[in-house]
Design a protein. Structure first.
Length: 226
């Protein structure tokens, strides 16, 4: 797997990192009893860990603060903060309707608080390039709606266009689906998130995926730093 970063990304986001985790032999089934059990345990842990917290306390978690520093200039709130609040404080179910791969990724996101997009490798067109968004950048979001990116965001492109961005999430063309057998997980980490945190996050994703597919292989992980 070849992933490059532009000089513009490196100069615009000093201290930031983007990690890529490639796995083969995966599936994206609707449900998995083993993964459901893990998700239920994580839900309980999150609710117990943050039982006395409110939104302000969650927003003060170190990883959340790092992402909020990226989101705030765009007038937005880190959406994993909203998701954590929904699961930990409001009782939302952790299981995702997008299938087991999406649930595995989402569970790791709420545990580590690191933003991740999932892509079907067989839908990608090399090369993969980490870049910064510019005026006029557009792509079709995972929900099928056209999105125009705000300049100054972190994103990844392949040979056919933008596949994901921090503020706008993943695209529709390369989304994880029931046909996915090779998956790429891309973690966007602003300054303040350590490389070791990304590795720990990827370890969690691998463990969750292997609850569904014990023979799933981790092929490669790459972490680019600005």
């Amino acid at each position: 797997m070849s992933v490059e970063a532009t000089t513009d990304w490196r100069s615009t986001f000093p201290g930031a990192s983007v990690g890529c985790l490639l796995m083969h032999g995966v599936s994206n089934a609707e449900r998995s009893a083993a993964l459901d059990e893990r998700l239920a345990a994580l839900q309980t842990h999150l609710r117990e860990s943050h039982a006395s917290a409110d939104r302000a306390a969650l927003a003060n978690l170190p990883a959340i603060r790092a992402y909020q520093a990226h989101y705030r200039p765009f007038g937005q709130t880190y959406h994993v903060l909203r998701q954590l609040e929904s699961v930990a404080l409001k009782g939302r179910d952790l299981r995702s309707p997008g299938g087991t791969l999406v649930s595995a990724m989402f569970a790791a996101e709420l545990s580590s608080l690191l933003l991740t997009a999932g892509h079907d490798v067989d839908a990608l067109a090399p090369p993969l390039v980490v870049d910064g968004s510019k005026a006029g950048d557009r792509f079709v979001g995972i929900n099928g709606q056209a999105r125009e990116l705000k300049p100054g965001d972190m994103l990844m492109r392949d040979g056919q266009g933008i596949i994901s961005a921090v503020l706008n999430g993943p695209d529709q063309r390369t989304r994880l689906s029931e046909r996915t057998r090779r998956a790429l997980f891309v973690t966007y980490a602003p300054a303040g998130i350590a490389r070791a945190d990304i590795d720990d996050h990827f370890d969690q994703i691998v463990k969750h995926v292997r609850l569904v597919d014990p023979r799933a292989e981790e092929i490669e992980r790459i972490i680019l730093s600005a």
